[in-house]
Design a protein around this ligand. Structure first.
Ligand SMILES: Cc1ncc(COP(=O)(O)O)c(C=O)c1O
Length: 478
């Protein structure tokens, strides 16, 4: 019998140590791998981190408190956390060619909060303190503090509308960002479904925001960040880009020139676990004028840093500096284009009629007469895991939706190429063509559905064949 690989040995040993304390958890960890191995993952915001990245998280770095930043901690004994954080920041600066990187945010939402706080601190709090002749907020009288607080809370933000693909944290009322800022949204052109830069400019000139946010969760096109910066400069706004979804395409030099956010925005946030293929977490990248405020993220905005996750970020960032990552990023986009082409050739309608990035937004209401919720469930029956997503001006609302978002980062990690993407398009089309809304008392259901003629079973067995050819974590055998 062949010797187990190092990864197999490491994972088996870890699970056995965990099982001694709580077998339920050990079983759930193993069960999750089984699940992920059985499904074609097309969730645009997910990926498969490398074993090295995953293993970097399972250790005693987790035990250390390290509020503050490298060399300026509120706790003693941080010398190795300093090594980890400095290395992760150095790799992030190198990878994205940016003057400053902050690697502590626990997630993308946290990174956005740090960015909002940093812009408010630089653009409102600091000049306010100077005007009032104080160095610190604690030096202000209650009346002056009240004035400054109202000024901080009275700022404006312009961001992409939710139904055009923006994110809840870009100033929407239910989110804390919508309580911090008075927000207006820019959307997409009703005909082309593309971002209308002239309309963004018109809104910016009229609304005069402090911050313009660019970035999306569900827009299948690249953005012209040079144009967005020109608009921001014209109205005196700070340009913030949330590249949570497409950071891997920036790192892999698919998005360059006008389309590289780091070249054009004063501040950029991202997650590390989507197309960047790292651990769950976030980063903030910025120009020097914002660095001192960004570095105060913990403890002003964030809880204590997660040193084990910063270690894993460093490992993933080191992987992303390799030439093979640039090749990976190119393949993500080629695969998305092939998936889009395969779906359209079979008669499906895609929002914007195509893609220039890692995702495709399939209009399942127009194409197949079902809601996003029905399509998502039917596809899962067919061995394909996706998520439903609103499309612009969605008649089914944000819960049932009319769309399904499909992304290629995860399947590209497994090694699937453009030929396999055509097969995936065939599976999706096969399942959805056979799916119909179930009848309910008040008309067709928006949730219940039926898949005719064994289409889901057929898709599941073809998905299993594909996954057998492109296995997940082939070096790990449990
Ligand atoms: C554009 C964008 N920003 C931020 C986030 C939030 O990231 P996290 O879930 O890591 O907080 C997401 C997640 O889906 C996103 O799409």
């Amino acid at each position: 019998m062949a010797e187990p690989t190092r990864e197999t040995t490491a994972v088996r040993a870890a699970l056995s140590v965990i099982a001694d304390v709580d077998p339920v958890i050990a079983d759930a960890i193993a069960g999750e791998l089984g699940n992920q191995r059985r499904q074609l993952k097309l969730i645009a915001s997910e990926n498969y981190a490398s074993p090295a990245t995953l293993l970097a998280m399972g250790n005693w770095l987790s035990d250390k408190y390290a509020e503050g930043t490298v060399g300026h901690r509120f706790y003693a004994g941080c010398e190795f956390v300093d090594v980890v954080e400095a290395r992760a920041a150095e790799l992030a600066r190198q990878l994205f060619d940016v003057p400053h990187a902050y690697v502590q945010p626990h997630s993308g939402i946290d990174a956005n909060l740090v960015a909002f706080w940093a812009v408010l601190a630089q653009r409102v709090e600091l000049p306010g303190l100077e005007r009032l002749g104080a160095k610190h907020v604690n030096d202000l009288s209650p009346a002056d503090w009240e004035k400054l607080r109202l000024e901080l809370g009275g700022q404006r933000m312009l961001g992409m509308s939710l139904d055009a693909g923006g994110h809840l944290t870009h100033g929407f009322r239910p989110n804390i960002s919508g309580k911090l800022f008075d927000q207006r949204s820019y959307g997409t052109d009703p005909e082309t479904e593309l971002l209308d830069y002239a309309e963004v400019r018109r809104l910016a000139v009229e609304f005069r925001p402090l911050v313009i946010v660019a970035g999306y969760s569900a827009y299948p096109r690249r953005l012209d960040f040079a144009a967005m910066r020109e608009i921001a400069d014209e109205v005196g706004a700070t340009l913030m880009v949330d590249m949570a979804h497409f950071a891997g395409l920036v790192a892999g030099k698919v998005f360059t020139g006008d389309f590289d956010p780091v070249r054009h925005a004063q501040i950029v946030t991202t997650t590390t676990h989507k197309s960047l293929r790292g651990p769950r977490g976030g980063l903030v990248l910025c120009q020097p004028e914002l660095a001192e405020f960004v570095d105060k993220g913990c403890p002003m905005v964030l809880g204590g840093p997660l040193p084990h996750v910063m270690a894993a970020k460093a490992v993933a960032l080191a992987e992303a500096t390799q030439p093979s990552f640039a090749d990976y990023a190119q393949r993500i986009v080629a695969n998305a284009a092939a998936l889009a082409e395969g779906l359209m050739r079979r008669g499906a309608r895609l929002v914007t009629s195509g893609t220039e990035n890692h995702l495709v937004l399939l209009d399942v209401a127009t194409s197949y007469g079902v809601t996003g919720r029905q399509a998502e469930s039917a596809l899962l029956d067919g061995g394909i895991v996706t998520n439903r997503n609103a499309i612009p001006r969605d008649a089914n609302g944000a819960w049932y939706t009319s769309g399904v978002r499909l992304g290629t980062p995860a399947l590209t990690t497994l090694g699937l190429g453009t030929a396999e993407m055509d097969e995936v398009a065939d599976l999706i089309h096969g399942v959805l063509s056979a799916t119909t809304p179930a009848a309910a008392a008040a008309g067709p259901s928006k949730a219940k559905y039926a898949v005719a003629g064994g289409a889901a079973d057929a898709s599941r067995s073809r998905a299993a064949e594909l996954l057998a050819r492109f296995p997940l974590y082939p070096q790990i055998e449990l």
